[in-house]
Write a protein that binds this ligand. Structure first.
Ligand SMILES: Nc1ncnc2c1ncn2[C@@H]1O[C@H](COP(=O)(O)OP(=O)(O)OP(=O)(O)O)[C@@H](O)[C@H]1O
Length: 229
């Protein structure tokens, strides 16, 4: 069964004369454990599609099922619940500057209220070890390099062991080698945890790491390519 199943999805922004269609009849299924890259020119609708899958905006027309739940026509509360089940990694790492690396990662567990504080601490520290930052638990984002910050963001996204991780250009602010390191790390952790990754990228240098590439143009899915690793 696919973890993400999109059928005949259309999306519009604006109202009245300003109404503009930005996604046209998208059909896509993504299976458990797959790493899927989404490419396409600026303005082709990649981020819109990613945010719809993440429940960060409401799906309007068609069908969008994530982990078996329909998000098209979902209530605000259902979208909030859907968001909490995913991990997110953005272009700008979005770390809280006033919190340490450890505290930032702990935030990835804050909606999991059944976990005790000491356990949250243990899991967050372990996750930071896994991304190679075991010596930087108490560093603030300002004290970390771009690649290290993005590693903290990865740790935060994965600490709750989400089934789906959504990433929007996570390597855009990094140099070539750091970008590749970050994506290699995501791939390794995702395979270990069995999680599915949908990642928007313009970075051609990392595409070989994925299982599949889907390409959007003018709001339409133009190409789906299976990669053989
Ligand atoms: N909140 C919004 N209101 C109105 N139009 C929007 C909004 N967000 C995006 N758009 C429009 O929707 C289209 C798709 O935008 P989107 O950000 O999804 O593209 P993208 O492929 O992610 O682009 P980029 O690679 O530049 O990030 C664009 O024409 C954009 O101007």
């Amino acid at each position: 069964m696919p973890v993400i199943s999109i059928r005949n999805l259309d999306h519009y922004f604006g109202h009245g004369q300003l109404r503009k269609q930005v996604l046209f009849n998208i059909n896509l299924e993504i299976y458990s454990g797959e790493i899927v890259f989404m490419t396409g020119p600026s303005g082709s609708g990649k981020t819109t599609l990613l945010t719809l899958v993440g429940g960060l905006r409401s799906a309007q027309f068609g069908s969008l099922q994530v982990l078996g739940r329909e998000l098209c026509g979902a209530s605000h509360q259902q979208l909030v619940e859907s968001r909490r089940r995913n991990g997110y990694i953005f272009q700008a790492h979005n770390l809280h500057g006033s919190l340490t690396a450890l505290q930032n990662v702990k935030m990835g567990l804050e909606f999991h209220q059944h976990i005790e504080l000491a356990e949250m601490h243990r899991r967050s520290a372990q996750m930071l070890e896994q991304v190679g930052l075991g010596n930087c638990l108490h560093y603030y984002p300002d004290q970390l390099s771009g690649g290290q910050k993005q590693r903290v963001a990865i740790a935060r996204a994965l600490v709750s062991h989400p089934q789906i991780v959504l990433a929007d250009e996570p390597t855009a602010a990094l140099d070539g080698q750091s970008g590749r390191d970050v994506v290699n790390l995501m791939q390794q952790l995702a395979k270990e945890q069995g999680c599915t990754i949908l990642m928007v990228t313009h970075d051609n240098r990392i595409l070989d790491i994925g299982d599949r590439i889907v390409h959007l143009e003018d709001g339409q899915l133009k190409l789906k390519v299976k990669l053989i690793n």
